[in-house]
Write a protein that binds this ligand. Structure first.
Ligand SMILES: Nc1ncnc2c1ncn2[C@@H]1O[C@H](COP(=O)(O)OP(=O)(O)OP(=O)(O)O)[C@@H](O)[C@H]1O
Length: 483
């Protein structure tokens, strides 16, 4: 039976999970305004209105970051070496292979083991000794999502907190309310046995009366609200902060005003405060921001695994119009054994149309577009990863950074283009590069209207890789594809 799921149950499950926080937590959920709605959409309604919905989904870094956290099952291991740049190159470089070597408080070590961590991750091996050093050292660290950065700075915060002192001592800035909450969860898990340590969220909607004496030691919040709490409402005394963490710097600088807010907050911290900055990517703009905000830093970088098109066979099928593309897709689908496929469309409208067509033809597919909440997206991706649906139809919302390992086929139902009708090379690489991961062979099909052929040729030249033409009406030719 065909099915189209919108994952409302995941939202509920996530709420449950988040509700089971420390009992001593001052949680914003109960009085939060302006958060995203988790209403499950009426798919029938949306699809009937497809003519009104020709929006392109843009990649939302904060949403993708949260999505990755929700669907991640374990540490992402990297084969690259960690690069370290020390503030003082003559000082010895320490790395640890065990958590015991860090001489942590007993209750913290218990918390780490209760989370199932046996040994430090690659980035933690180098970062933790620096972060826990005396005197405290500042650090800028970059490594891809899932390599253990959050766990590292949470450990640093928890180890520096004095549970007997009842005022904010550690301040962590995150780009969104949801990401702040995720970090809070890690503090709660890791600090499970640090019974007197408490967390507070400085996020929009968490209404604290002016003059309230905040007694929690760790504050996690978004830059705008933290600024408000520090300067306008005088709830946090920044001169007493010992550890300042700026998480997801790459997402932060992508959000209007957040860099300036963060810099204002940082300027009011005492000089002995430890400053730590983390980012999944390190473009020039992130680096410039990091250097402005973290004085005298040590720098740790773990290079990202690079996507390539090397072990991916790429094909294109010339088509006249949308129906034609769909027919070609059906022919391919009927002729080769497909493990799991992701089909990319440029607009929500096309994605919905295609979903309807496939469902009407009896295929089991799911649809993922940017109008869903992150929790709903996470649920859809989870079902796809569990193999409950074989085909995922999506827009660019899912083109980057979302790791679904078992995909064997990627279809570009529409080519990724930039405004001005230039190919979007990056997005092409991110869409297709996901099939041939970890040495596996991958297969990619591009459905091309004749007038789009020059764009495809540009893509071919850009990547210096061959994209072969396929006659989608010739079943024998399709069946001959070896992958
Ligand atoms: N030393 C470890 N051993 C085992 N698992 C770990 C270890 N450190 C972290 N993890 C787990 O690995 C996953 C990724 O870790 P973490 O969230 O800290 O990565 P991250 O680099 O901060 O990712 P992001 O940039 O998305 O926030 C989490 O599920 C975390 O619990």
């Amino acid at each position: 039976m065909a099915s189209l799921r919108w994952g409302g149950d995941a939202g509920a499950a996530e709420s449950e999970r988040l509700n089971s926080h420390f009992s001593n937590l001052n949680h914003p959920r109960n009085n939060l305004r302006g958060t995203k709605s988790t209403t499950v959409r009426n798919i029938g309604g949306s699809i009937n209105n497809i003519e009104e919905d020709d929006e392109e989904d843009v990649v939302d870094l904060a949403a993708n970051s949260l999505l990755n956290k929700l669907i991640r099952q374990s540490l992402v291991e990297s084969s690259h070496h960690v690069e370290v740049l020390q503030k003082d190159p003559s000082s010895p470089l320490y790395s640890v292979k065990t958590f015991e070597e860090l001489r942590l408080k007993e209750e913290l070590l218990k918390g780490i083991y209760a989370m199932g961590f046996n040994r430090p991750s690659k980035i933690q091996e180098m970062a933790l000794p620096m972060m826990l050093a005396h005197p405290p050292q500042n650090l800028i660290a970059q490594s891809q999502s899932g390599t253990g950065k959050t766990a590292a700075f949470v450990l640093a915060m928890l180890s520096r907190v004095n549970a007997l002192e009842l005022f904010p001592q550690c301040l962590c800035l995150a780009p969104t309310y949801e990401l702040a909450l995720q970090t809070g969860r890690v503090v709660e898990q890791m600090g499970k046995f640090c019974v007197d340590v408490q967390v507070m969220y400085a996020v929009r909607g968490n209404r604290i009366c002016r003059g309230t004496n905040i007694t929690k030691q760790i504050v996690i919040g978004t830059p705008g609200t933290v600024l408000d709490w520090c300067f306008k409402r005088k709830l946090i005394d920044l001169t007493k902060i010992r550890v300042f963490v700026l998480d997801e710097a790459d997402v932060m600088i992508d959000t209007q005003g957040f860099s300036d807010h963060s810099i204002r907050i940082q300027r009011a911290l005492p000089s002995e405060c430890q400053m730590l900055l983390f980012s999944a990517t390190f473009e020039d703009c992130v680096w410039r921001f990091a250097e402005r905000i973290i004085p005298d830093p040590n720098v740790i970088k773990l290079r990202k695994e690079e996507l390539t098109l090397n072990n991916i066979q790429q094909y294109y099928v010339l088509c006249e119009h949308r129906k034609d593309k769909y027919q070609a897709l059906c022919n391919i689908y009927g002729s080769i054994t497909i493990g799991q496929a992701i089909i990319f469309c440029q607009t929500r409208q096309n994605a919905k149309w295609l979903t309807m067509e496939m469902i009407e033809d009896g295929h089991q597919v799911s649809l993922l577009t940017g109008e869903l909440t992150v929790e709903q997206r996470a649920s859809i991706i989870q079902r796809f990863r569990d193999g409950k649906e074989k085909v995922l139809i999506t827009t660019n919302v899912c083109a980057r950074g979302i790791d679904v390992k078992q995909v064997t086929i990627v279809v570009n139902f529409d080519l990724p283009v930039k405004q001005g009708e230039e190919p979007d090379y990056e997005t092409y690489l991110h869409r297709i590069g996901r099939t041939g991961r970890f040495g596996k062979k991958g297969l990619a099909f591009n459905m091309i209207e004749v007038d789009k052929l020059p764009l495809l040729m540009k893509i071919q030249d850009h990547f210096n890789s061959i994209i072969k033409q396929l006659n989608a009406e010739d079943m024998d030719e399709i069946e001959m594809i070896d992958y």
